[in-house]
Design a protein around this ligand. Structure first.
Ligand code: CP
Ligand code: NVA
Length: 313
């Protein structure tokens, strides 16, 4: 069966089938190979992309902007300091106007409902570039990096260590459940993933065969093919900084934790930006096992693949 994603939005991987995600991963590999070959392509010529940012970004903004612009598209960066997004003008009305001027919209911000409203009223593809709830474009780059390291992802053991409630781990839970990747979330009791959300993903994991586990015990990294962490305090939660430090210090990814996997070939992943000395030590993130920098590069290839699939026939 051939997959067509033309005209689709990407707010969370919950809306995508395993086959559609697989298609995007394969397209990402093709896009990366084209980029390495130096091919100059113009697939976004005549198209425009609105880049809406309520929160800061380095990778996501640069990935969207360069992936789109280098193929002839015109990206326009708009922060909340520039436009009336929910202030003076409703999100619905902003969406209606942007939909008449742009081929697609990227949104990074606080509420998932803002991304949903933009998708509902703009009539053009909307890409979630991170909300409090999900970070789907990140998860696609994560799985691409896993596949580049091991040849495949299904059946591999990924251990996410740290804040088990944030946008990054929630997107990993969805994508791993869909693709049959075993995911262990190792987090303190008070920061484990929300049970309602876990129950929603359980049938997806049952269908793919993925084992999704939650544990407070760092010894459960044993056998991990990849250890993944993220910042202890996500954007918008700055008031929780001290509390998180206390709760998550035993979950720091350091040499001793990496050794607990019992596998010399375990890779280390991080979505970045990293606070070195908090969730990960410098020797791990800058060491031999780290794939964090490939993972950052893969944001661009995967984001280009998502835009090609949804914007170009
Ligand atoms: N990983 C990620 O989304 O990075 P930025 O916040 O720099 O976009
Ligand atoms: N969980 C982090 C991810 C940053 C890319 C945050 O939301 O700040």
């Amino acid at each position: 069966m051939s997959v067509s994603l033309f005209g689709r939005y990407l707010l969370t991987w919950l809306d995508y089938s395993a086959e559609e995600i697989r298609y995007l991963l394969d397209l990402s590999k093709k896009v990366k190979a084209e980029s390495k070959s130096g091919a100059v392509l113009r697939r976004f010529e005549g198209k425009t992309l609105a880049l809406l940012f309520e929160k800061r970004s380095t990778r996501t903004r640069c990935a969207f902007e360069t992936a789109f612009g280098e193929e002839g598209g015109h990206p326009v960066f708009l922060s909340t300091a520039d436009i009336h997004l929910g202030v003076k003008e409703s999100i619905e009305d902003t969406a209606r106007v942007l939909g008449r001027m742009f081929s697609a919209i990227q949104f990074r911000g606080f509420k998932q409902s803002t991304a949903e409203t933009l998708a509902k009223y703009s009539g053009v593809p909307v890409y979630n570039g991170l909300t409090d709830d999900f970070h789907p474009t990140q998860a696609l780059a994560d799985i691409l990096t896993l596949e580049e390291s091991f040849g495949s992802s299904a059946g591999k053991k990924l251990c996410y260590v740290g804040d088990g409630r944030n946008n990054v781990v929630r997107s990993l839970i969805v994508i791993c459940s869909k693709l049959g990747i075993n995911l262990s979330i190792i987090a303190p009791e008070t920061l484990k993933p929300d049970q309602i959300f876990m129950d929603r993903c359980a049938p997806l994991a049952a269908e793919s065969g993925a084992k999704i586990r939650v544990s407070p015990n760092i010894d459960d990294v044993e056998g991990a093919d990849a250890v993944y962490t993220d910042v202890w305090t996500s954007m918008g939660e700055e008031d929780k900084k001290d509390e998180r430090k206390k709760l998550l210090s035993p979950y720091q990814v350091n040499r001793a934790l990496m050794n607990k996997t019992g596998k010399p070939g375990t890779i280390f992943l991080h979505c970045l930006p990293a606070v070195k000395g908090e969730e990960v030590t410098e020797d791990v993130i800058d060491g031999q096992q780290s794939r964090a920098w490939d993972q950052a590069e893969n944001r661009k290839h995967t984001i280009k693949a998502i835009m090609l699939a949804t914007l170009c026939k």
